[in-house]
Design a protein around this ligand. Structure first.
Ligand SMILES: *Cc1c(COP(=O)(O)O)cnc(C)c1O
Length: 413
């Protein structure tokens, strides 16, 4: 029996089996990171009593956000999913239509297609970017044209902070006059050939969910160059109320507008977006320095013309070279109170999209099988990153039975 005593009310001795290492604080995948300014803006919103899904912070957030993503117009809404849903309504997606969509992404890229009674058709990822393979898009559009039934829209996702290959994607869509909807929920702050994410579709949707690069706890933004479309989005997002003194509705609308309180938080977050991008890119470089030389480890590539935010640091693990699988590494991290996640499960494998067509699919399946997202928050310290890296290195050493391949990160700096 140990002589250690618990601190506090109970003085029962701690038994040997209970004597575990004190848990280190949890390292989350991508936690919120407030700057301080958000609280001042929020207090101002309270003081003004604009506690409603409209108000001066909503208007200002929309203006400032549109400017930050290269101009145009913006409508602030309750979520990224709501932004994408409104976009599909605005593009005229109807029951029976087909809409093409990246397969390697979060379910909310495609669930709004089904909300409108349309059918998703999935496209595999390219190895060079993990985003939609433009060659497969060209093939699919050609096949659709031959059948005489083009898709109503193409949803292109900017995965894990990196823009898709818009030069080829836009050219293919322009040839068949199919509009592009950019799902930029993970892309805010990224650029492609010098232009910001959000500038590459007829419309683009962003998310401010708690895990995104900036957050309003929950929220989203719809962006576009056509003022009439964004005005119509605001109309649909506030119950499609006709301009009458009484309540009259001729169309189906939604209650999708963002609260003035959350818009205040969003304005504070937007001011520090460049810092948040820099911090996430720094995380990536530190991980790469610590783990890049391990056999079987490959980091998500930065495709030509792209400047990724590295919203999440993602890598793949080849179990034959590394000696342990992605899942074994993830569980080893979890055992150390570190949250890591597998790469998105492709949508063509999701039960909810059972029966949907997919062109290709093996690249997305392989990235899901071997891909791991490491903790990537902009508030992580060098010590946090080293704690994560040390566990991954230990997995390799344990598997290979070798002496440490690399000295600790700190010794190499
Ligand atoms: C987060 C996310 C969404 C949905 O945004 P919410 O604000 O959570 O509704 C859509 N697409 C992608 C790719 C996302 O990562």
């Amino acid at each position: 029996m140990s002589t250690l005593m618990r601190v506090g009310a109970s003085l029962a001795p701690i038994t040997d089996t209970e004597r575990v290492r004190p848990a280190l604080p949890r390292i989350h995948l991508s936690p919120p990171h407030m700057s301080g300014a958000e609280l001042d803006l929020l207090s101002e919103a309270f003081a003004s009593n604009w506690i409603a899904p409209l108000g001066p912070h909503v208007d200002a957030f929309e203006r400032e956000f549109a400017e930050a993503v290269g101009g145009g117009y913006a409508a602030a809404v309750v979520s990224g999913t709501a932004a994408l849903h409104l976009a599909l309504r605005l593009l005229g997606v109807e029951r029976g239509d087909e809409v093409l969509c990246s397969s390697l992404t979060f379910c909310a890229s495609a669930t709004p297609i089904v909300f409108e009674g349309a059918t998703p058709v999935f496209l595999d990822a390219a190895r060079a970017s993990w985003n939609m393979d433009p060659g497969l898009l060209e093939e699919e559009l050609r096949a659709c044209a031959q059948r005489g039934r083009l898709p109503r829209a193409v949803i292109v996702v900017d995965l894990y902070g990196q823009c898709a290959d818009y030069e080829r994607i836009r050219a293919a869509c322009a040839r068949y006059e199919v509009p592009v909807l950019e799902d930029a929920a993970e892309g805010l702050g990224a650029t492609y050939r010098g232009r910001p994410a959000g500038a590459f579709g007829e419309l683009a949707g962003f998310s401010f969910n708690g895990n995104k690069i900036i957050t309003t706890s929950g929220g989203g933004m719809l962006v576009g160059q056509d003022r009439r479309l964004i005005d119509r989005a605001r109309f649909l997002a506030s119950q499609a109320r006709d301009p009458k003194p009484h309540y009259q509705h001729s169309q189906l609308g939604y209650n999708y507008r963002m609260s003035n309180l959350l818009a205040a938080v969003g304005r504070g977050q937007l001011r520090v977006l460049p810092d948040r991008v820099a911090a996430r890119r720094r995380n990536f470089e530190r991980y790469r320095a610590a783990l890049g030389e391990l056999p079987g480890v490959e980091f998500m590539p930065e495709a030509p013309g792209c400047r990724s935010t590295r919203w999440l640091t993602c890598l793949t693990i080849d179990p034959h070279l590394f000696g342990a699988s992605r899942e074994e590494v993830r569980l080893a991290l979890e055992a150390e109170n570190i949250e890591a996640r597998p790469v998105w499960k492709p949508l063509h494998l999701q039960p909810v999209f059972d029966g949907c067509r997919c062109r290709g699919g093996t690249v997305a399946e392989d990235l899901f099988e071997r891909g791991l997202c490491l903790p990537s928050g902009s508030s992580l310290t060098a010590a946090d990153l080293e704690r994560v890296s040390a566990v991954v290195r230990r997995c390799y050493q344990a598997a290979s039975g070798k002496k440490p391949l690399l000295p600790p990160l700190t010794a190499r700096q």
